[in-house]
Design a protein around this ligand. Structure first.
Ligand code: 26V
Length: 820
C-alpha cells in the first residue's frame, strides 16, 4: 500500500469533517477534528487489514484467538501513527488544520479496559503478534465503563466512573452482521432426532452479542490484526408479548438486564466475589466468541475437524474458561459430534496461562448459581468432571484428598483452574519462578500426571511504547550510539554495554534522565501542588495497591528515615522523592488505609521544616497507562518489593528497567530474570527468598518478635499508633504485629540495608549512570516480541503470513480516498 502524503491526508480529514459533522474543517471543534483524524487513521488501518486478510485466506494461515476479560490498551492515536510511520505527516496535517498533534493526543482518553498487568499484557501480545506478521484476534467485552477514575480526597480514594467511550469510540467499528445470540437460564429438554439425543434450552432469556472491532497495528509491518469487543443488546427493545399484556415496565426491564452485562469492568483483581453478573459477563463473551470462531472456520474450511490445525485458542487466566464447555456444547448439540471426537478437538485447540498463585484470586463458582444460570454448560462440566476424576483416581488410587483437591467440582464449588488443566494441551506461568511454583505447589498433582503439558513464558512489554514513544530523548540518543536496529530487535540494545565506561555517554544519559525528571516534577506541581527537586533521587512504586506488593514496606522505611532525619538533621543522605501511584479495589479496606497512610506521610514530611526538603513523598492520583508513560522515563529507582513467591511476574519492573531505572527488589517473579540479565552490580536485591518464606510459614511466624526485639521497627509501629499527620493507623499497626501475612517486618532490616547501599551508589555519579545504562542495555529480553515468539513456538505453532508471495487480487478493499 502506498504511503499517503500530508497533502492527501489533509484532504481526507477535511472530507471526514464534512461527512460526519456537516462542517468545513475550519468550523469544527478540536474534539471533532480529533475524531476526523482518528477516523482517517482507522480507515488506513482497515484497508491494510483487509489486504492482510486476503493474504491470510490465500495462505490458509493458522491463527490464534486470545481470549481475555481485559485489554488495557491505553491511548492509540500516537501508537498507530508511530507504527505506521506517519507521525511526521500527521504533524503537518495538524499544522495545516490549525492545531498540533500533541493537542490531539491529549484529547484521547485511555482505553482502560483492564485492571493492571494482566490486561496490559493482553494488549502487548496483540501488538507483538502483529509486529511479527502472525494472524491473531483478541476477544473481550466492550465495557461502557473501564477501570474507575481515582480521586484522592484528603488521602481517601474515591472512585468515579470512567466514561471512556465519549472520545474513545472512534476506534470501534460495529459489525452488526456478525451478531450472535447467547442463552441464559431456563430448562433443558431432551429430543431424539435420527437416533441421536439433542438437548434444547427452553424458557431461557436471550441476549444478543454485537461485535465492535478495533484495529491492532504493528511496527512497520504489513500485518494489521483485530480486537473484537462484544456488547450486549436485548434481542427486542420491548418484549412484545409482555408489552401487549400491559407490562410495559417489565418489558423494558429485559432490555436493561441484557445491557447490564457489559456496563462495567470489575475493578477488583486478586479477589473473587462470586457475583452472578461476573459469571454472565464471562459466558456472554466466550459464547459469542466461540460461535464467531466456529462460523468463520466453517466458512473457510468447511468442517470443524480441522479446527486444531488452523486455530489456537488462548485462555488468559481462568476468566474465559467457559470457552471449553461452550466449544463442547456447540460440537455436541449443534454439530452432532460424539463426546470423544469433540473432546479431542477442544483439547488440541486450547491452552491456558495462569497469572497468579494468590488463593483468593483463583476462581470458584458456587455450583447452584452456575447450574441456574448455565444449565447446559453445567451438565457438560459435570461430564468433564466425572471423566477427569476417573483419571485422577487411576493415577492416585484411593487418595480422596488429592482427587477432591484437583476435581473440577467439589464441595459445591466449580473450580475454573482445574477445568483449564483438564482441557488445555499446554499450561504456562509468566516467569521462571512462577512457572516453577505452579509445578511444585499449586498444580503439583496434575503436573505429576502430565509433566510435558507445563511450560514457562516470561512476560514481556511493548518496549517501543515504553522506550521510544515515551522517552524519545533516551531513544534518539541510543540511536546515535548503536543505530536504529534496536527498533526492530530489542536484543540490539545490548550494544549499549560497550559504552559503559564512556563518561560523555554517561553524562548524556543522566542529562536525558534529568530532563524527564523536570517534566515529571512539572506534572507533580500541577497535579499535587508539591515542589519536588529534579536533582533528588526519584524513587517510584507504581502498581495496583495490594498487601502482597508491600507498599507498606516502602512506607515503613520512609517513616524510619523521617525519624532518623528528625533525630539528626545532618544525616548524610542524597535528597529523595518517594513517588507512589496505585488504585485500590473499591472494597479493599486495608488497601485504602495504606493509601491514606502514604498521603498523610506526604502531608507531614513535605511540610516539616526540619526536613529541609531532603525527602518528599508524593501520591499520584489515578495511575494509568498514560501516566505511566510520563513516570517511567523519569524514574531512578524501581520499587519491586513484593513478598517472594507471590508476584507472578510483574511487568512494570521491565518498563522501569528499559528506561534506565535501577531495581530495588526481592527475588520474586521476573525480578529474578532482571537480576540474571543485569548482574548483581546493577540491581539491589534484598529480603527472604521464596523457599525461605515457605520455611518460615511451615515453622510458624511471629511478627511480634520483630516488634519487641527491633527498636527501629518498634519506633515506626508506635509512630503509626501515635499518628501520622494527626491520623492514627491502629489497624495497620495491629495487622503488622499480630499477623503480618506478607512478612513486612521480617524483610524490614534487609530492605533498609539495601536502601542505604542504594543511597551510597547514587553518590557516585558515574557508578549510578553506568548502572542505569546497563539496565537499558540488558532489557531486550523483556520485549513482548520475544515472549510472543515463545508462545508461537511452544504453544500456538503458528507461521507468519508471507508477504513475499504474490497476492491474487481480491475485491474486498475500497481505497481510503474513495471512502473519505
Ligand atoms: C482476578 C479477578 C477476580 C475477579 C474480579 C476481576 C479479576 C481480575 C483479575 C484477576 C486476576 C488477577 C491476576 C493478575 O492480574 N495477575 C498479574 O498478571 C500479570 C501479567 O502476567 C503479572 O505480571 C502480575 O505479576 C500478576 O499479578
Amino acid at each position: 500500500m502506498e504511503k499517503l502524503s500530508a497533502k492527501e491526508l489533509v484532504e481526507i480529514v477535511e472530507g471526514k469533517c464534512q461527512r460526519y459533522f456537516g462542517k468545513p474543517y475550519t468550523m469544527v471543534s478540536k474534539h471533532q477534528l480529533y475524531k476526523a483524524i482518528c477516523l482517517t487513521v482507522r480507515d488506513i488501518l482497515t484497508e491494510k487489514r483487509l489486504a492482510f486478510k486476503s493474504r491470510r485466506i490465500q495462505q490458509e494461515t493458522k491463527q490464534v484467538y486470545y481470549m481475555s476479560m481485559e485489554f488495557l490498551l491505553g491511548k492509540s492515536l500516537k501508537n498507530h501513527l508511530f507504527n505506521l510511520g506517519l507521525t511526521k505527516e500527521f504533524e503537518e496535517v495538524c499544522k495545516e488544520l490549525g492545531t498540533s498533534l500533541e493537542e490531539m493526543y491529549d484529547i484521547e482518553p485511555d482505553a482502560g479496559l483492564g485492571n493492571g498487568g494482566l490486561g496490559r499484557l493482553a494488549a502487548a501480545y496483540m501488538e507483538s503478534l502483529t509486529n511479527l506478521d502472525y494472524v491473531a484476534s483478541g476477544f473481550s467485552i466492550k465495557y461502557d465503563y473501564g477501570i474507575f477514575k481515582q480521586k484522592i480526597s484528603e488521602g481517601w480514594q474515591l472512585e468515579l466512573p470512567d466514561d471512556w467511550l465519549q472520545n474513545g469510540d472512534v476506534w470501534l467499528s460495529p459489525r452488526e452482521e456478525d451478531t450472535f445470540r447467547v442463552k441464559f437460564g431456563g430448562q433443558l429438554k431432551e429430543r431424539w432426532e435420527d437416533g441421536r439425543l439433542y438437548i434444547d434450552q427452553v424458557n431461557c432469556y436471550e441476549v444478543d452479542a454485537v461485535p465492535y472491532d478495533m484495529n491492532i497495528s504493528g511496527y512497520h509491518v504489513g500485518a494489521v490484526n483485530k480486537l473484537r469487543l462484544w456488547t450486549a443488546k436485548a434481542p427486542n427493545d420491548f418484549d412484545m408479548q409482555l408489552f401487549s399484556q400491559g407490562q410495559y415496565l417489565k418489558s423494558l426491564e429485559q432490555k436493561a438486564l441484557a445491557e447490564s452485562i457489559c456496563k462495567v469492568l470489575y475493578p477488583a483483581d486478586h479477589h473473587i466475589e462470586g457475583k452472578q453478573l461476573r459469571l454472565k459477563q464471562q459466558y456472554f463473551f466466550v459464547s459469542a466468541s466461540i460461535q464467531s470462531i466456529f462460523k468463520k472456520h466453517l466458512r473457510d474450511y468447511g468442517n470443524l475437524d480441522t479446527l486444531p490445525d488452523k486455530v489456537a485458542i488462548h485462555i488468559n487466566d481462568t476468566h474465559p474458561t467457559l470457552c471449553i464447555p461452550e466449544m463442547m456444547r456447540l460440537l455436541l448439540d449443534e454439530y452432532g459430534y460424539s463426546w470423544e471426537k469433540a473432546w479431542d478437538i477442544v483439547t488440541r485447540t486450547v491452552a491456558y496461562t495462569n497469572h497468579t498463585v494468590m488463593a483468593e484470586a483463583l476462581e470458584k463458582w458456587p455450583e447452584e448459581l452456575f447450574k441456574q444460570l448455565l444449565p447446559r454448560i453445567y451438565q457438560i462440566v459435570c461430564e468433564i468432571n466425572q471423566r477427569f476424576c476417573a483419571e485422577l483416581w487411576e493415577f492416585y488410587p484411593n487418595d480422596w484428598n488429592k482427587v477432591s483437591y484437583n476435581a473440577i467440582i467439589s464441595y459445591g464449588q466449580i473450580k475454573m483452574a482445574n477445568l483449564c488443566l483438564a482441557a488445555s494441551h499446554t499450561i504456562n506461568g509468566v516467569s521462571a519462578l512462577h512457572s516453577q511454583i505452579l509445578k511444585d505447589d499449586v498444580f503439583h498433582d496434575y503436573y505429576k500426571m502430565h509433566p510435558l503439558k507445563f511450560t514457562n513464558v516470561t512476560n514481556g512489554i511493548t518496549y517501543r511504547r515504553w522506550l521510544t514513544m515515551s522517552n524519545p530523548g533516551l531513544s534518539n540518543y541510543i540511536e546515535t550510539l548503536i543505530g536504529d536496529g534496536f527498533l526492530k530487535d530489542a536484543n540490539e540494545l545490548k550494544k549499549l554495554a560497550e559504552f559503559q565506561a564512556k563518561k560523555e555517554v554517561l553524562d548524556k544519559i543522566m542529562e536525558v534522565k534529568k530532563a524527564n525528571k523536570v517534566a515529571l516534577a512539572k506534572y507533580i506541581k500541577e497535579n499535587n501542588g508539591v515542589d519536588v527537586d529534579p536533582n533528588s533521587i526519584f524513587d517510584v512504586q507504581v502498581k495496583r495497591l495490594h498487601e502482597y506488593k508491600r507498599q507498606l514496606l516502602n512506607a515503613l522505611h520512609i517513616i524510619d528515615l523521617y525519624y532518623r532525619l528528625k533525630e539528626n538533621p545532618d544525616l548524610n543522605i542524597n535528597p529523595r522523592t518517594f513517588i507512589f501511584g496505585a488504585k485500590a479495589a473499591p472494597s479493599y479496606y486495608m488497601a485504602k488505609q495504606i493509601i491514606k497512610l502514604i498521603w498523610c506521610l506526604g502531608e507531614q514530611i513535605n511540610n516539616d521544616p526540619d526536613i529541609k526538603g531532603k525527602i518528599k513523598v508524593v501520591f499520584l492520583e489515578n495511575y494509568r497507562v498514560s501516566l505511566a508513560e510520563i513516570v517511567m522515563p523519569a524514574s531512578d529507582v524501581s520499587e519491586q518489593i513484593s513478598i517472594a513467591g507471590k508476584e507472578a511476574s510483574g511487568t512494570g519492573n521491565m518498563k522501569f528497567m528499559i528506561n534506565g531505572a535501577v531495581t530495588m527488589g526481592t527475588m520474586d517473579g521476573a525480578n529474578i530474570e532482571i537480576f540474571e540479565n543485569v548482574g548483581a552490580d546493577n540491581i539491589f536485591i534484598f529480603g527472604k527468598r521464596a523457599n525461605e518464606i515457605d520455611e518460615i510459614n511451615r515453622n510458624g511466624y511471629a511478627p511480634s518478635y520483630f516488634y519487641n526485639s527491633n527498636p527501629r521497627i518498634k519506633r515506626v509501629i508506635d509512630g503509626l499508633r501515635e499518628g501520622i499527620n494527626g491520623v492514627q493507623f491502629n489497624e495497620i499497626a495491629d495487622s503488622l504485629v499480630n499477623s503480618d501475612t506478607y512478612k513486612v517486618l521480617c524483610d524490614f532490616d534487609s530492605y533498609c540495608e539495601a536502601q542505604d547501599n542504594l543511597d551510597k551508589a547514587y553518590s557516585d555519579k558515574y557508578r549510578w549512570a553506568r548502572m542505569s545504562l546497563m539496565n537499558t542495555a540488558m532489557a531486550g529480553f523483556f520485549s513482548s516480541d520475544r515472549a510472543v515468539q515463545e508462545y508461537v513456538d511452544r504453544i500456538w505453532k503458528l507461521t507468519p503470513v508471507d508477504f513475499t508471495k504474490p497476492i491474487k487480487e481480491v475485491k474486498i478493499a475500497k481505497t481510503v480516498k474513495k471512502t473519505k
